[in-house]
Design a protein around this ligand. Structure first.
Ligand code: AMP
Ligand code: ZN
Length: 493
């Protein structure tokens, strides 16, 4: 496949050529773990997932690295405000590490439910302080820093191409400076590499460094950890569009300042925002929608995945429960059609008993040779859509086209499963679960109701882990719980 990605650096679609044959180094900015991820954040991780799945399906060996920010991210990306982690810990009467562990686990529970493939490497900022210090030392040695008021700053005037990613001009930066400027900064765009004079006396986590005891600025973690796991130059870096003007701009400046101005990242991919009818969703402002809140409204996480895929990642997407209901209906009809096809082919038993799916996949590429023109037309359409900057809405249309037009054969089913390796809608599992559910049809209904009551009790006692586990174990058996105004009901998948 010949991928072309829209590179924010240069603002154009470019053919994708990795630095090393068939290998891709990819870094996606991970969560700041001071609260649950909101469904906007999840949009960013679904985008990363589609990218990784697409490249892997095309035969690339992808090393996907993601950070966990558990220190140093202030409530304003440009070094203002309180430390998000410390604030959250204080509010909840817990230690920073307890907060970080809790929300990291919650994050992965959410991404698992969304069928998001786990990154190859997950790295925590607090476990990479020495790498950050070494990188800052290199930046300092190369003459890009100054000490002021006890903090070490990056001097953006020393970095010739500062702001190129975001098309920023130094003069604009000065003009746009806020009144309550950090007076230590020589230029409003300068940023902290290492804080020693914390604005908050009780900063929970501090480390010794050549500049005194303190803690790192937020941006440096992504430069240090990506270079540790992917090398000083790598292929793709991704994040939401909010990261373009500050976080990614600063990451580029400090990384290239450290390595003697070697181009750091080749392709910059940014997802547009998910917005609510009433406007922006913000993790720090609260009042945002979590994945659990949409599950509680009776939706499956994969309904939300389908909803996200029906928009292109570079278009703003407006969330509403009405549109989510539309996605739910479409996904249900897709799953029903795939199950229907599998049933007609009598393939369910084979899938479960002989786990023959990999075998079906093996001869997938020989469709044309086998005279399956119709199938290969849709597979090719799908490939063209995905390689064209990950156009998932067009890719979904090809899946539907295939289901409607192609013959009801095992090859068609295999082609659907192959496309789903990118889309991640769990279609193979849906076929299997249905069958398992059938086998267990004699499930004692009373026992299911007992489980539901246990879950209600757990929720009352705010034991959400137990409540989640009960829901998940029922789902694993093909039983879906739906919470509505009249209480909890259940249905088989
Ligand atoms: P954070 O945990 O705040 O650092 O954000 C995690 C990821 O979510 C980053 O890549 C952000 O750019 C992205 N993001 C934040 N808000 C939204 C949103 N409303 N829609 C899409 N992506 C978002
Ligand atoms: Zn980052």
């Amino acid at each position: 496949m010949a991928f072309a990605f829209y590179n924010t650096f240069g603002r154009e679609k470019q053919q994708f050529k990795p630095l090393r044959e068939q290998k891709v180094g990819f870094y996606g900015c991970g969560p700041t773990v001071y609260n649950y991820a909101h469904i906007g954040n999840i949009r960013a991780y679904v985008h990363h997932d589609i990218l990784v799945r697409s490249l892997r399906r095309a035969g690339f060996d992808v090393n996907h690295v993601m950070n966990i920010t558990d220190v140093g991210h202030l409530s304003n990306d440009s070094d203002d405000g309180e430390d998000k982690m410390v604030k959250s810990a204080e509010e909840r009467g817990k230690s920073v590490l307890e907060i970080a562990d809790f929300y990291t686990e919650a994050f992965f529970k959410d991404t698992d439910k969304m069928n998001i493939t786990r990154p190859t490497v997950v790295c925590k900022a607090t476990e990479h302080i020495s790498e950050m210090i070494s990188l800052i030392e290199r930046i300092e040695k190369n003459g890009f820093t100054y000490l002021a008021g006890g903090n070490l700053y990056f001097d953006i005037s020393k970095f010739p191409s500062y702001g190129d990613l975001a098309l920023l001009k130094l003069d604009d930066l000065k003009a746009g400076a806020r009144i309550e400027q950090d007076e230590n900064k020589r230029n409003p765009g300068d940023f902290v590499l290492w804080f020693t004079k914390s604005k908050f006396e009780n900063q929970a986590l501090t480390w010794d460094s050549p500049w005194g005891r303190g803690y790192p600025g937020w941006h440096i973690e992504c430069s240090a950890m990506s270079m540790k796991y992917l090398g000083e130059q790598f292929d793709i870096h991704a994040g939401g569009i909010d990261h373009i003007p500050i976080h990614h701009t600063n990451e580029i400046a400090q990384s290239e300042a450290a390595t003697g101005l070697k181009p750091w990242v080749k392709y910059w991919l940014h997802n547009e925002f998910l917005v609510l009818d009433k406007g922006k969703m913000s993790k720090s402002a609260g009042g945002f929608l979590t994945l659990q809140s949409i599950i509680d409204e009776g939706f499956d996480p994969l309904d939300y995945r389908y909803f996200l895929l029906s928009g292109h990642y570079r278009s703003q997407l407006r969330f509403s429960f009405e549109s989510l209901q539309g996605a739910k209906n479409s996904r249900k009809s897709l799953v029903d059609k795939v199950r229907g096809l599998a049933n007609r082919l009598g393939i369910q038993e084979t899938l479960i008993n002989a786990d023959c799916v990999p075998a079906v996949h093996t001869d997938l590429r020989g469709f044309k040779e086998k005279g399956n023109e119709e199938i290969s037309k849709y597979i090719e359409g799908f490939d063209r859509a995905i390689e064209d900057d990950l156009n998932t809405p067009r890719a979904l249309a090809e899946v539907w086209g295939l289901l409607k037009e192609a013959p009801a054969t095992a090859d068609t089913l295999a082609a659907i499963f192959d496309m789903d390796r990118v889309l991640g809608l769990g279609l193979e599992d849906a076929v299997k679960i249905k069958n398992e559910a059938k086998i267990n049809e004699n499930n004692d209904e009373q026992e299911i109701n007992e489980q539901i009551n246990k879950r209600i009790e757990a929720k009352k006692a705010k034991d959400f882990t137990t409540a989640d586990n009960i829901r998940q174990s029922l789902k694993d058996r093909g039983i879906i719980l739906e919470d509505g105004p009249a209480g909890t009901t259940w249905r088989r998948m």
